[in-house]
Design a protein around this ligand. Sequence first.
Ligand SMILES: [Zn+2]
Length: 67
Amino acid sequence: MTYPKLKPCPECGQEMTLFQYESGWWRAECDPCPETVGGIYIGSCEGRKLDAIRAHNSRTAPERNDQ
Ligand SMILES: [Zn+2]
């Protein structure tokens, strides 16, 4: 299975990293953020890697509805 590319951090523009916690939850995090915005940017916690990517991507770049 292929996953969508994780979009850059909406705060600092740098690449996000996906973490899986021991509990099994997935979450996108931005490590450079603590210095740039005073706090680490984190995506929402999801039970599946794919959902964590989707949740972050949709939050970062809302789908455009030009029509
Ligand atoms: Zn960031």
